[in-house]
Every structure is written in structure tokens, then in C-alpha cells.
Design a protein around this ligand. Structure first.
Ligand SMILES: N[C@@H](CCC(=O)N[C@@H](CS)C(=O)NCC(=O)O)C(=O)O
Length: 224
């Protein structure tokens, strides 16, 4: 198997961490988003959407991080993607929520608009409105995650055991820390993310984004 990815990519990290945690034999090939390699003809023929991650398993090719995690988990018969109909439906529900609500307003609306030049809006007013819109909604989703989806009694997003939803959600929630949030407004989220950070593969998989975060003007960024 082969995974095209970038170490600073939010949607790549959950897949890489799942691969590392489960010692899945996969070649990891960096596609350099910072030099625009993903826009070139070679990678565009792999994924016309010009996005990472992409998984190849023989002549089978799969895009979309959520779909890749589900495929990999089934491929290795992992309990992290339960077979029970209702347990699996809850994992799917959580991953869809992360991939829509949290991704849209925390990742795109609040974080990327502030830290990636390509996402900055063309005027100061457009930038201000975009970030204010994203920030307000992201705070709401974080509170829903904290108080309702997680609550105080659950160690992992879908119950007592880790699932692929935890790998997925951790990468998006960690973006709040990238822009300087200490997550103190969301104590259950903070505990859960702390649990994910205790995994032996976390530091390696998150090294690139944490290095990138150190260069940001934190304190001057709108956060959640
Ligand atoms: N829905 C896709 C989104 C993938 C995505 O947005 N990848 C980003 C990195 S996190 C990317 O490749 N960005 C390149 C660009 O926007 O030019 C997935 O979940 O895999």
C-alpha cells in the first residue's frame, strides 16, 4: 500500500497515525503542498482534486481521509471501526459531524483563513467577517462536542474504546491549539485530546504541524 500525504496536513495526520499505531505496511510518500507539487501533472493524475491524502492498495485508489480510515480499519479487521451495526453507525455519525460542522467552521473558517496565505480573503473587511463568522460557529461546535458529544464520562468520542473517529477528530480539534487556544473552555475535549496525545505515535505524527505552529503570531490570532 502507498499513502500520498503531507505531514502538516490536517486530513493526512489521522490516516498516518492510524497506520503507525497499527504497524500497517504502507509506503508514505510526501506530496509537497508548500511547493505546489499537488498542482502538478503527476499528482493531478493521481487525484484530480489535487488534495492529499490518497491511498493506493494495488490498483485500487481511494481519496477522502474519512473513507481511507474506514477502508484501512476494515482492511486490517480493526476493532477501531466496530462491526456492530449501531456502534458503526455512531462512528460514522461522529466522523460526518467532524467532517462537516467542525471542519467547515474551525478548520476553514477560523484556522486556515488566518494561517495559510492562500486562504486569506482579499480585503481586510472580507477577512474580518470570514474569521468572525467561523469563530462564532466553531466555538458553538466545540461546546457541543464538549458538553454533549463527549460529556464528562466518556474516555473516547464513541464510548469506552478508541475508534477511527478519535483519530479523525483529534487532528481537527488540535487545530484550535495550533492557533493558541488552551482549550480551557472545553474541559472534556481537553482531557480527551490529552488521552490521544499520550499515544506513542502522537509526537512523531504531530511534529510538523507543531513546528509550524511555533512560527505563528499566536496571541494575535482569533481563537476558540
Ligand atoms: N475532503 C478531503 C480534503 C483533503 C484536503 O483538504 N487536503 C488538504 C490538506 S489538509 C490539501 O491537500 N490541500 C491542498 C490545497 O488546498 O491546495 C479529505 O478529507 O481527504
Amino acid at each position: 500500500m502507498k499513502l500520498y500525504y503531507h505531514p502538516a496536513s490536517t486530513t493526512s495526520r489521522p490516516v498516518v497515525m492510524f497506520i503507525e499505531d497499527n504497524a500497517i505496511p504502507a509506503e508514505l510518500q510526501v506530496v509537497d503542498l508548500f511547493t505546489g507539487e499537488h498542482m502538478g501533472p503527476a499528482f493531478s493524475s493521481v487525484n484530480p482534486s489535487q488534495l492529499v491524502p490518497v491511498l493506493e492498495d494495488g490498483d485500487f485508489r481511494l481519496t477522502e481521509s474519512s473513507a481511507i480510515l474506514k477502508y484501512l480499519a476494515d482492511r486490517i479487521d480493526s476493532p477501531a471501526y466496530p462491526k456492530d451495526l449501531k456502534a458503526r453507525a455512531k462512528v460514522n455519525e461522529m466522523m460526518d459531524w467532524i467532517n462537516t460542522q467542525l471542519c467547515r467552521d474551525l478548520a476553514y473558517g477560523t484556522v486556515y483563513a488566518q494561517i495559510f496565505p492562500g486562504h486569506k480573503r482579499p480585503t481586510e473587511e472580507a477577512q474580518r467577517v470570514t474569521v468572525a463568522w467561523g469563530q462564532e460557529r466553531a466555538k458553538r461546535w466545540m461546546a457541543v462536542l464538549d458538553q454533549h458529544l463527549l460529556g464528562s464520562g466518556k474516555p473516547y468520542l464513541c464510548g469506552a474504546s478508541i475508534t477511527i473517529a478519535d483519530y479523525y477528530g483529534a487532528s481537527f480539534v488540535h487545530l484550535a491549539e495550533v492557533i493558541g487556544s488552551d482549550l480551557s473552555a472545553y474541559p472534556n475535549v481537553k482531557s480527551w485530546l490529552g488521552r490521544m496525545k499520550e499515544r506513542s505515535t502522537w509526537d512523531k505524527v504531530y511534529a510538523a504541524i507543531n513546528g509550524f505552529a511555533k512560527q505563528l503570531p499566536r496571541g494575535q490570532l482569533a481563537t476558540v
